[in-house]
Design a protein around this ligand. Structure first.
Ligand code: SAM
Length: 625
């Protein structure tokens, strides 16, 4: 007998070894209208919004009221999205060519082993039924932490009572997923905290969450030959990579995650451009830790939402106790340090990496964490690698502990919660951590000629620095390897990747065009090339002037971006004067000359003003005409 393909039959995970059932499921889901729009129409936008906050009550009530309008869709929504019990007959009716047996064969169903009172047939009732024991199929029990909980009203009218029509529950979450740029997909993952009782299983296969989509939106979609999705989970990053990468290597330490990704890839094969018979032609699934499976190989793009969550370590812990979806098993922020140090080694020249990460910020008696956060990441990234880190959030150790304990529903075990909270505080105290930063990482391996010197190498002698308005720090670097560390805590435009990609290009261009230090004045020799251009103010930019009432001159002039990273910069009055004249008519050099005549400069504009203007151009406040 032929061997089943790798990860097609992993215990307790969806099976993808049935070439008939998987496409039937796809066709059945489409025929039932199990799409984001149709589900939204059925339950209403408010219930959908509540549901995205992991609150299922409004959607459940809507299904109880309106489910009769579309029984097949309601059955699928109640079963796969809410995790509610459903009669086998209702599933058979909703997916006639697959049926409850087919779903069981695919590993998507488990039996509820006790009687629950079916009340959904009692349409209009919004009472929540309680299942006296709430037990699940013991074969699929989700680990020792699984505890009894309420079984909800089964969906499906006209069922056959008794053992011939058992009450079933989803073994996996299966949801429609749509973005502006992709066809509608269906994505399986483990049931989340609001769909099942108890603490999450330790080998939880993460579904599409806020962090997943943040990374999706921060990843530039340029065509590449090879891409790596490190820590693929349910495969979300890979689905998007397939739209612009010829081949994707998806890795994970978890067999269940790879099995789930394989199932999702085959379920969505036509939309993803995959030939189910030749999955390897587009995607390789590889098991292993971090860069282990791909050591020595090169990729044009690396994408990773790694298991970066800092977790207190204990001597007695075992691998099985780790929440693998978020914890890489190393102390502190070690996993991020190691990755930022090593990822450039698997980037082809010109390649880029896009990650989410967090970093510990050691206490400094002199400075606030908001000012010192970049020291760690800056020292971990090899000197010959361009880097742009955008810190989006800063938490103190207590906030961090609460966030991640609640993320795994650990508050459902109050004693364990208190112990784990204390362990977090001890752990951070042991390294004198003042705060923890979270953000987006963009790495760029320059084209040939800038070989990888490895982490910790001295920076090349300062050549020029792209001075970046609004950035916390722009290190003087080789022009091809700018390093920018920026704090952007406010909401940004999404998807942000096009803005980031355009800006990174400008940063590289400006860095190449800027003269060596000392060229503060506009002189005939060695002038910044940007001086030769004409500029207009970007359409999303507005100016604000603040001052005491009646004052002739403003005390503060701000320039705000309405789009992209939505930065705000404080302008000097000279820079404000420059920007005010930028309507494309006069070139930068002419404007500066006019300003100089007006303000009586001796020796041309100063370095600070040139740096300010350069930053405005780099960051898209001013556009080249
Ligand atoms: C935060 S999830 C990201 C899932 C998905 N890529 C996303 O964007 O939502 C991290 C993934 O890394 C995997 N993982 C955990 N430890 C790992 C390791 N040492 N090496 C590789 N992957 C690991 C987990 O199984 C999990 O699927």
């Amino acid at each position: 007998m032929a061997e089943a393909p790798a990860f097609s039959t992993v215990p307790d995970a969806p099976r993808s070894d049935d070439p008939v059932l998987v496409p039937r499921l796809r066709a059945g889901l489409a025929a039932a209208g199990f799409t984001v729009d149709r589900v939204t129409d059925l339950v209403g936008p408010e219930a959908m919004a509540a549901w995205s906050r992991d609150q299922a009550v409004p959607a459940r009530r809507a299904l109880q009221r309106r489910g009769g309008q579309d029984p097949a869709l309601s059955t699928l929504a109640a079963f796969f999205l809410l995790g509610d019990p459903v009669r086998a007959s209702a599933l058979d009716a909703a997916l006639p060519t697959v049926g409850s047996r087919g779903l069981r064969r695919l590993g998507l169903v488990e039996t509820v082993t006790v009687n629950a009172t079916p009340i959904l047939e009692d349409a209009g009732s919004s009472q929540e039924p309680r299942d006296p024991a709430g037990a699940r199929d013991p074969e699929r029990a989700q680990g020792p932490e699984s505890s009894p909980g309420p079984a909800r009203a089964p969906v499906g009218a006209g069922h056959r009572e008794g053992p011939q029509d058992p009450l079933l529950r989803a073994a996996m979450d299966l949801r429609p997923y749509a973005t502006d740029s992709s066809e509608e997909l269906w994505v399986a993952s483990d049931l989340g905290a609001f769909q099942r009782p108890g603490v999450l299983r330790r080998d939880h296969v993460l579904g599409i969450g806020g962090a997943s989509t943040t990374l999706v939106q921060a990843t530039p979609r340029r065509p590449v030959a090879t891409a790596l999705d490190l820590g693929t989970g349910c495969g979300i990053q890979t689905f998007h990579l397939l739209a612009h990468a010829e081949h994707v290597t998806a890795t994970d330490i978890s067999e269940r995650a790879l099995a789930t990704t394989r199932f999702n890839l085959l379920l969505n094969a036509p939309a993803l451009g995959i030939d189910p018979q030749h999955l390897d032609a587009r995607v390789s699934l590889e098991i292993g830790s971090m860069l282990g499976p791909v050591a020595g190989r090169g990729f044009d793009m690396v994408v990773s939402n790694p298991p970066f969550v800092i977790t207190p370590r204990s001597e007695r812990e075992t691998d099985a106790e780790r929440f693998t979806y978020r914890d890489g098993g190393l102390p502190g922020d070690r996993i991020v340090r190691d990755l930022l140090g090593a990822i450039p080694s698997v980037l082809n020249p010109g390649g880029t990496a896009h990650l989410l990460a967090n970093w510990e910020i050691p206490r400094d008696p002199e400075d606030e964490p908001s000012l010192t956060w970049s020291r760690g990441p800056d020292s971990w990234i090899p000197r010959d690698t361009g880097a742009w880190l955008i810190q989006r959030e800063l938490q103190d150790p207590c906030e961090y502990a609460e966030t991640w304990l609640q993320d795994a529903s650990q508050q459902r075990d109050p004693e364990g919660f208190d112990r784990a909270y204390a362990a977090y505080l001890d752990d951070f105290a042991s390294r004198d951590v003042a705060a923890i930063g979270f953000g987006m990482v963009w790495l760029h391996r320059p084209e040939a000629g800038h070989e990888n010197d490895g982490p910790g190498q001295e920076a090349p002698a300062a050549a020029s620095s792209p001075t970046v308005a609004g950035a916390d720090r722009a290190l003087p670097q080789d022009a091809a390897v700018p390093r920018i560390f920026e704090t952007v805590p406010h909401p940004i435009q999404q998807p942000i990747a096009p803005t980031l990609a355009a800006e990174w290009e400008r940063i590289l261009r400006m860095a190449r065009q800027t003269t060596p230090p000392g060229a503060g004045a506009v002189s005939p020799d060695g002038e910044p090339a940007w001086l030769d251009h004409h500029y207009t103010v970007a359409p999303d930019v507005t100016e604000e002037r603040h001052g005491a009432p009646g004052a002739e001159d403003p005390a503060l002039i701000l320039l705000r971006q309405g789009a992209g990273l939505r930065r705000t910069v404080i302008l000097s009055s000279e820079a404000a004067g420059f920007v005010g004249v930028c309507d494309g008519e006069l070139g930068a050099r002419q404007i500066l000359a006019a300003l100089g005549a007006l303000l009586g400069w001796e020796g041309g504009p100063g370095q600070q003003l040139l740096g300010e203007i350069e930053g405005l151009i780099t960051h898209g406040f001013l556009l080249v005409v």
